[in-house]
Design a protein. Structure first.
Lengths: 402, 260
């Protein structure tokens, strides 16, 4: 048998240990935990055949969390068959797609559901079942998607840190096909020299949820759970990035139709009241300015400023940024350990409150990396995020690559 | 552009009756060196990058590079994929070299599935923590420098031209480079890099040259020594393969995402 006629499978794996310390006692008297341990494992199996024009990737993920049963979860991050033909590429299976250019928010990014128990920055995603057709020409790239199944967003359980303190009821959908609704999406992207742009469209089950309330007996004063509700939406997205000298100018904008206000959803076992749908737009725009080799060292220093706006203003959904400003600085050591640190302040100039974040990573040795994340929340008492005021934490993650 | 330069060169040689100025001679050497590298069509190579700190401690990275020769006005295209360090596995960089404007460069981060355009302003910055700057590893087009022939010199028993080249781009980290180019094969055996203040910053030594396809000389070892920090970076190349039939669609943004 010729060596090339059997498929070679490459296997990679990584193991994480994560330790988190919360500075304050939880507002929920039933939670007495200020230190949390968690471990996770991710494996990637890859094989290709037909001269590399076809491949299969399988990437399962599992996390165990000592405190939170909702955070103890598994997911198929990827199970994808990929074919590269002369005129197109086709992907069928479960996968992940990223859209966007900005730092503080990922407005445009809509194909995958956020795995929010994994991280608060919205960058960890659940695997999305999809058929993706990619067309790449001199004039640009066109990606077309059929998304036949919706994943519900993950949330911390009621007796865990970083939670709302409420149980979540089973999700309700506007679509009669519920999570089986066939969503569609498309994105065109191209560039001219240092000017890059993308336009995208999506129609189907919203990835962002509307947070309503659930009453088991229809009595509005007997609310036993928060009610996730996924309306059918249409979203148009725009991404622009322009690099000039040390500047990277960035804009993301969305127009969304079909979203519903939080709290306007009231669900009982027999009947539901769903508020009026509305359309709105949201933007994030700003820049990153990078100084290369500061103070005669190898270091780069980046300055990030972004403005976030949501046309719904105070009626915006729980997780939205209505009127905020991100100011941050990124330090890149350019050392053999690839050390980096990003510090930021997100300031809400209407509520006049802020949150601070620090994210960093370095390599201890080949195969062992260390990551740091710290967040401090200082919400104003009339801010919907007020319940997070005592959830400040520092988290260290050790990752071992097999 | 190259044709134009050669035309100008011939015209000026004709006028001065072979009494070349140092600038003309320097440019002629650069053009001849470039010409000797032409016609490789495409190549692929595996290499090991060894970072050596001032105390002699080493850390290594493994990568693969595919290159496709530019046609006419277009420069070379290259795709570099990292195998180690393990946390960087699958990180890939796509570069479109241009002769007169800034190169286009994109980085793919597999964990985020994100393709990021890299600013050409970064060219003087260290490449993955090494002593090589981005501009040192990108394809060297004749048009990116102005030249001046300095003198003849013999190193390691090989007769060399010593040629100064000054970067055209104001964002280069160098004021000038001085290269020792052997007269027989036009190979750069050694290059001194002078920083913006004109003090000696680094020296690149290329050695263990091998001849491929009876025409192309490539070094198997390149060592960059930083005189100001005492650090060094060694590039160890495995055998090059040429004319492997790479296609231009292997050098696109989509190809970055599937580069394994």
């Amino acid at each position: 048998m010729a060596a090339s006629s059997y498929a070679e499978v490459s296997i990679d794996a990584e193991l994480d240990y994560e330790g988190a310390v919360y500075f304050n006692d939880s507002l929920n008297p039933e939670i007495d935990q200020n230190v949390n341990n968690s471990v996770s494992a991710e494996m990637e199996m890859y094989t290709e055949w037909a001269d590399g024009t076809q491949s299969l990737t399988f990437k399962p993920f599992y996390r165990y969390d000592e405190m939170d049963d909702e955070r103890t979860h598994g997911d198929i991050r990827e199970l994808m068959w990929h074919q590269v033909a002369d005129e197109y590429e086709l992907k069928v299976g479960i996968g992940k797609v990223f859209w966007g250019v900005t730092e503080s928010a990922h407005l445009v990014d809509i194909v995958n559901q956020t795995d929010s128990v994994e991280s608060l920055d919205g960058e960890e995603k659940l695997g999305q079942p999809m058929v993706q057709l990619l067309i790449e020409r001199d004039w640009g790239n066109l990606d077309l998607f059929v998304l036949p199944y919706h994943r519900g967003r993950t949330f911390a359980g009621p007796d865990a840190r970083l939670s709302t303190g409420f149980e979540l009821a089973d999700a309700v959908y506007e679509s009669d096909d519920e999570e089986g609704n066939i969503d569609i999406a498309a994105r065109f992207y191209s560039y001219v020299d240092d000017f890059e742009y993308a336009v995208s469209a999506f129609h189907g089950n919203s990835r962002e949820l509307v947070l309503g309330v659930f009453s088991p007996d229809g009595n509005p004063s007997n609310i036993t759970a928060l009610q996730p509700y996924y309306p059918t939406i249409t979203q148009l997205g725009l991404e622009v990035q322009y690099l000039i000298e040390g500047w990277a100018w960035k804009v993301e904008a969305i127009h969304r139709d079909g979203m519903i206000k939080d709290q306007s959803v009231f669900v009982t076992p027999v009947a539901s009241v769903i508020g009026e749908s509305e359309s709105y737009f949201a933007t994030v725009a700003g820049f990153e300015y990078t100084q290369v080799g500061i103070f005669e060292t190898r270091w780069d220093l980046g300055w990030v400023a972004e403005h976030l706006y949501d046309s719904r203003q105070e009626d915006a959904s729980f997780g939205a940024f209505e009127h905020d400003l991100l100011l941050g600085t990124r330090w890149v050591a350019n050392d053999e350990a690839s050390s980096e640190l990003l510090a930021g302040i997100l300031y809400d100039y209407e509520y006049q409150d802020y949150s601070l974040s620090l994210e960093g990573n370095t390599r201890i040795m080949n195969g062992l990396s260390l990551e740091l994340e710290a967040r401090i929340f200082a919400p104003a008492s009339d801010n919907p995020q007020f319940d997070f005021r005592d959830e400040d934490f520092v988290k260290l993650t050790l990752t071992y690559y097999l | 552009m190259k044709k134009l330069l050669i035309g100008l060169l011939l015209a000026s040689t004709a006028l001065t009756g072979f009494a070349q100025t140092p600038e003309e001679k320097g440019l002629a050497i650069a053009i001849e060196g470039d010409k000797r590298g032409e016609g490789f069509v495409d190549s692929q190579v595996k290499l090991k990058m060894v970072l050596i700190d001032a105390k002699g401690r080493e850390s290594t990275r493994d990568m693969r590079v595919k290159t496709m020769e530019g046609q006419g006005e277009g420069g070379d295209k290259s795709l570099m994929v990292f195998d180690t360090p393990k946390d960087q596995k699958g990180v890939a960089m796509l570069t479109f070299t241009h002769k007169t404007k800034s190169d286009d460069q994109w980085l793919y981060l597999p964990a985020l599935k994100r393709v990021k355009k890299i600013s050409s302003r970064n060219k003087s910055g260290p490449f993955v923590g090494s002593e090589f700057a981005f501009e040192d590893i990108s394809s060297q087009e004749v048009e990116k420098y102005t030249y001046k022939y300095l003198r003849d010199e013999t190193i390691d028993g090989q007769d060399c031209y010593v040629v100064e080249s000054d970067p055209v781009d104001k964002y280069s980290g160098y004021k000038r480079r001085v290269a020792w180019i052997d007269k027989e094969h036009y190979r750069a055996l050694k290059i001194d890099f002078y920083d913006r203040k004109d003090s000696l910053l680094k020296t690149l030594t290329n050695s263990e040259y091998k001849l491929y396809l009876d025409k192309f000389w490539y070094p198997s070892l390149s060592e960059m020594k930083n005189h100001q920090t005492g650090k060094a970076t060694r590039l160890v190349y495995e055998n090059y393969e040429f004319k492997v039939g790479l296609k231009s669609k292997e050098f696109t943004k989509n190809s970055l995402k599937r580069a394994k």
